[in-house]
Design a protein around this ligand. Structure first.
Ligand SMILES: *Cc1c(COP(=O)(O)O)cnc(C)c1O
Length: 367
């Protein structure tokens, strides 16, 4: 079986975890937490890092810290993970969707301005599958309409837009350290910002809004703290940041060379004017209307190849339909991507031989 994802944990992970146990520092009070926050912020050219228990929590804290609340609207892609929309909905605000661009698979930036109303407070940008959104266009719109930018870089660790780190563009930027992300802490996430007040607000929200008078609370927060055990893993993983980026790019280039002449599928673009793909995962979209992702994934599973479907667009989610959201809306590109798209084994432990095997089997299944 070739798994869809397998992380690499063969650096200093064990050593640092043992350090936690030997010293007794296992909670969020331990020294690796601050270390990871500082190192991760520096790596991404940001002033402040606030670690949290997962990427979903990072999004929730980001939305709340920006003061987004009942009656507000946030523009975001329909093609993304539920965490993006649920963070907005849980604050009583309304997600306003845009379709995807079939070239980059990212949000179609040209659809944003038509969606702006007096209620719009922010744009939530999500870099999909390792290729950045066109940030200059986003920044221009945000400036002209006085909107905040929430940047979800969970799938773009180590990626750059015109040479600047993804995760360095948002008023608040968020990352996940789930095991399929470039670096992992098992479960974990990070909020990055250059704004000291926002960073303090995130820290407070993450920690039950404790005030200077212990156990006296002026506001309600959450317990979304990261443990020292998680951060220990993160510090070890971060040491291999550049190596991991290299592995992803190499993997993507090999898949590309093996699959680029296959007319029945489209594969990720190699580069745009502003970035080179870093192939966080290697997606494929069937270009034959009658051959769905579900059919191909089933055939690949029979040959012991692990895959994952693409995201199910937000406007089709039963939970949001029940809330009366997105009634009658349709986003054909995102719908096509969901229906015909899935991704191939893309983990850091994947070998070249395995990639060749996956490409060979995919081709035989297609033809
Ligand atoms: C993985 C991911 C998240 C959620 O992160 P978790 O740590 O699993 O909660 C959020 N946004 C995007 C784009 C992701 O890929």
């Amino acid at each position: 079986m070739i798994p869809v994802n397998e992380p690499l944990l063969n650096g200093n992970e064990k050593k640092y975890l043992n350090e936690c146990i030997d010293t007794g520092w296992i909670s969020s009070e331990g020294p690796f937490v601050k270390k990871l926050e500082d190192q991760f912020a520096t790596k991404n050219n940001r002033a402040y890092g606030v670690s949290v228990c997962n990427g979903t929590a990072a999004l929730e804290i980001a939305v709340e810290a920006l003061g987004i609340t009942k009656g507000d609207e946030v523009i975001m892609p329909t093609f993304t993970i539920i965490s993006c929309a649920s963070a907005i909905v849980k604050m009583g605000a309304k997600p306003v969707l845009v379709d995807s661009d079939l070239q980059t698979w990212n949000m179609d930036v040209s659809q944003i301005e038509a969606k702006i109303t007096p209620k719009t407070k922010a744009i939530m940008v999500v870099h999909i599958y390792g290729l950045p959104v066109d940030m200059d266009a986003i920044i221009d719109i945000a400036k002209r309409h006085n909107l905040k930018i929430i940047e979800d870089a969970a799938e773009a660790h180590g990626q750059t837009y015109k040479g600047k780190a993804c995760g360095s563009f948002g008023d608040i930027s968020v990352f996940s350290f789930y095991p399929n992300k470039l670096i992992t802490t098992g479960e974990g996430g990070m909020v990055l910002t250059n704004d000291e007040k926002l960073a303090e607000r995130c820290k407070s929200l993450r920690n039950l809004c404790f005030s200077s008078k212990r156990f006296v609370h002026e506001e309600l927060g959450w317990n979304m703290r990261m443990t020292n055990l998680q951060a220990a893993l993160g510090v070890a993983q971060l040491e291999r940041w550049d190596e991991f980026i290299g592995i992803k790019r190499k993997m993507g280039r090999l898949y590309t060379s093996l699959l680029k002449d296959e007319k029945k599928i489209s594969i990720p673009v190699e580069k745009t004017t502003y970035a080179e793909n870093m192939y966080w995962v290697f997606g494929v979209i069937s270009e034959d209307k009658n051959v769905t992702a579900e059919m191909l994934m089933k055939k690949l599973a029979e040959k012991e190849i692990g895959t994952r479907p693409f995201f199910y667009p937000m406007h089709l989610q039963p939970v949001f339909k029940k809330m009366g959201l997105f009634v009658g809306e349709s986003y054909p590109n995102a719908e096509k991507m969901y229906k015909n798209g899935f991704y191939l084994p893309s983990g850091l432990a994947l070998t070249e031989v395995q990639i060749q095997e996956v490409a060979k089997i995919l081709k035989s299944v297609l033809n």
